[in-house]
Design a protein around this ligand. Sequence first.
Ligand SMILES: Nc1nc2c(ncn2[C@@H]2O[C@H](COP(=O)(O)OP(=O)(O)OP(=O)(O)O)[C@@H](O)[C@H]2O)c(=O)[nH]1
Ligand SMILES: [Mg+2]
Length: 387
Amino acid sequence: MALTIGIIGLPQSGKTSLFNALTKAGAPIGYASSTVKANVGVVQVPDPRLQPLAEIFQPKKVTPTTVEFVDVAGMGQSDQAGNEKKGLSAEFLGHIRNADALAIVLRTFANDNVSHPYNSIDPIRDLDSLNAELQLTDLTSVERRIERSTRSAKSGDKKYVQELEILRRFQATLEELQLISDMELSQQDHALLKEMFLLTVKPRMYVLNVSEGTLGAAGELLAKIAAGEQVDPTTLEGELKGIAQVGLRARAEKAEAVATSASLEAELSELPEEDANEYLESLGKPQLGTESVIKGGYRLLNLITFLTAGEDEVRAWTVTRGAKAPEAAGKIHSDIERTFIRAEVTSFTDFMECGSFAAATKKGLLRLEGKEYVIKDGDIAHFRSGK
Ligand SMILES: Nc1nc2c(ncn2[C@@H]2O[C@H](COP(=O)(O)OP(=O)(O)OP(=O)(O)O)[C@@H](O)[C@H]2O)c(=O)[nH]1
Ligand SMILES: [Mg+2]
């Protein structure tokens, strides 16, 4: 199943612009076309190893691995209208519960034509407000489950007595506005969490939507923070202050923080490559948010890529780090996983030095691996299976 990242954020923070930059889908943006229905799109994961392999194999097809993005509006809406918070709509939840990770868009860009629900730029305040909404929604889910389990526990089923004890701990954490992911969790806690699809336990990435001219500086600042350097936000001016605050929060939570200029990147994605590159040069070639979002998602979810290569197809596949050879084979086809015999594996680097499987075999660089082999990023694998 494709990996799904849910894009959420306050109204008009640039979610659909980011979605368009990522998917080149051209979904309508702006106030007149606030997102009502969710946008869903599939994005190819750029992988620099595919092209050199394609040059060697001249395959009929080159297939990158993909990530799915869902852009769902509907957070912070009740605030905007000055109403009491009611939690999130069923439509919103339907889309976001199944996401593997969340990309939380936080606005720092200046644009007088785009209103902000709180009428000022302060990304860490926006994040706290979004968190409160997510926590409230999770609390409602936990309370509902408590009601259900209480009824079942009364009939004497021990399983539910234990479940209730766990649920009450979750409830207390959420009521204190703490994150469940910060709790010490037992195996049983994890098992229950897996069933509940809570929003605050999903791996998350903060996507700072910055002004065009700040993209380069924002990327550098976030890289510094992620590398563990000391940064004091109070010494920073303008957008960079809020960007640093969010970066530090991400570091403390072991989350990811990336910078994008969503509307710029959405425009760039529609230009011919040459023109886009020229424009980027003029901005000092900043790292683009679209790429950081995809890479960040990979890191967050602990994913790696392995490759298959032949004259029919050169292809990239996604697996969780630590997956063994049969599980990787299962990405290609469940039959190959079931009847797995062995894998022939070489690393991309070794392969490129040899230039062919035959040469790699001669040099002893094409290894035969069994069921216990742990797949590594950049492995080129061929699986043998039988009845
Ligand atoms: N200057 C600037 N404007 C942006 C940027 N990103 C988005 N905008 C503008 O902000 C407005 C809202 O952008 P959208 O992408 O529609 O925001 P959204 O979060 O999808 O909005 P809703 O669907 O209403 O919640 C549009 O007019 C965009 O052009 C940015 O990086 N810089
Ligand atoms: Mg939108």
